[in-house]
Design a protein. Structure first.
Length: 153
């Protein structure tokens, strides 16, 4: 059985709902054991026990959230060769893809050997505190299904 971990940060619960939908999609793809965790509870060394590592966060002033970026910095010393990754964010307004693009750049820069296997996903929220725009949870689930199929090869 393949294993995936989703390290995410969520201030108002919207990014958490996207993370949960992505996990649901990955599980629909087949036998994938998935774990959701926030950066404060995650230990970089445990990443070696997973086949796939996903990172998600809200767009915070045109940047990925500090908690996820800090975790990536701490995980830079871990050998992640042969593992796959994907990233996602939540945004509002015209900020689609802004934080996730920077998050992917940080993953490439710091986590050598970890392979991003798909373009990042951006889930839209109606306002700073949410809720998610209708249909975003279903889109996130489809993203997870796609990532799950990649994980399973």
């Amino acid at each position: 059985m393949k294993r995936a971990i989703v390290v995410y940060e969520s201030k108002y619960g919207n990014t958490k709902r996207i993370a949960e939908a992505i996990v649901e999609g990955m599980k629909q793809a087949g036998e994938i054991d998935c774990r959701l965790i926030v950066p404060a509870d995650a230990q970089p060394d445990e990443l070696v026990h997973y086949d796939a590592i996903l990172f998600g966060c809200p767009n915070h002033m045109q940047e990925p959230s500090r908690g996820v970026i800090g975790f990536i910095d701490r995980a830079a010393s871990v050998d992640l060769r042969g593992k796959v990754s994907a990233a996602f964010d939540t945004y509002m307004g015209a900020n689609k893809g802004v934080a996730v693009a920077k998050l992917q750049r940080k993953i490439r820069e710091k986590l050598h050997g970890l392979k991003l296997v798909t373009e990042g996903f951006s889930g839209e929220v109606k306002s700073r505190t949410g809720p998610l725009v209708e249909g975003e949870t279903a889109r996130a689930q489809q993203f997870g299904l796609s990532v799950g199929r990649i994980i399973l090869g």
